[in-house]
Ligand binder design. Structure first.
Ligand SMILES: *[C@@H]1O[C@H](CO)[C@@H](O)[C@H](O)[C@H]1NC(C)=O
Length: 228
């Protein structure tokens, strides 16, 4: 311990020496310190400008937020119908579903442009059954739109999949996942944003999968987020 203390004292004593050295600096050393000083000044100014820009940006975002009061759009699945769920000759499973989705834009000052390239898909336990896309349209302020989306797909492991679905159907509760990936542009007043993506996943529990029958959706739970 005592040794340690002595070691700590030493550097301080040495550090006291340089100032006396600097008081007798040669001209070349002086320009060096001057240059060092202006370099410091430059960094200081850059930092000030940077911080000011960040503050302005933050204030702008804050004001935009207060003016537009953005809210996430709301989606719900009203209905699911199956027009086809058949085993092909090559033993692949062909599925054709129809989902009815209600999309609500709860914003008073924000419009939503639904872009092309959206992707909706229905899954049963990590197996893709069918997919489709939303129409391209503009959803205005406080607008509620009902969308009918046709989804179709083919799965090569038809027999296994159909067997699993039939077995599940006997329990009367078939869990299906609806995954949504929709590119949109946001309209703020007269401005139009870059493309952002609305990502969502809904768990639908249905009572049957028989084609052309009324299928009851027993439960839905959806989660949505926006990806920049
Ligand atoms: C909502 O938006 C859709 C699509 O743009 C439009 O067809 C519909 O008329 C709008 N509904 C209302 C109530 O304005």
């Amino acid at each position: 311990m005592a040794d340690n203390k002595i070691h700590k004292i030493h550097p301080v004593a040495e550090g006291n020496v340089p100032p006396s050295d600097e008081s007798s600096t040669s001209p070349s050393q002086l320009t060096k310190t001057k240059r060092g000083f202006s370099f410091c000044k430059c960094i200081c100014w850059s930092l000030c400008i940077f911080i000011t820009l960040i503050l302005i940006l933050g204030a702008t975002v804050g004001v935009l937020y207060l003016v537009f009061k953005p809210k996430l759009p709301q989606y719900s699945v009203n209905r699911l119908t199956i027009s086809q769920l058949t085993l092909n000759l090559d033993l692949s499973l062909y599925a054709k579903f129809n989902v009815q989705i209600t999309a609500i834009n709860p914003n008073k000052k924000i419009g939503i442009f639904y872009q092309k390239g959206s992707h909706l898909s229905v899954w049963y336990k990590n197996t893709n059954l069918c997919q489709g896309s939303l129409p391209i349209f503009y959803q205005g302020h406080l607008n509620k739109t009902v969308l009918n989306v046709a989804l179709a797909g083919q799965n090569q492991y038809g027999r296994t999949l159909l067997g699993a679905l039939r077995e599940q159907q006997q329990t009367g509760r078939i869990p299906l996942d609806l995954k949504v990936d929709v590119p949109v542009k946001i309209e703020l007043g007269k401005m139009k944003s870059q493309k952002v993506r609305i990502l969502g996943k809904c768990l639908l529990i249905v009572d049957s999968l028989s084609a052309n029958n009324k299928i009851n959706i027993q439960a839905t739970s959806c989660k949505f987020s926006v990806k920049l």
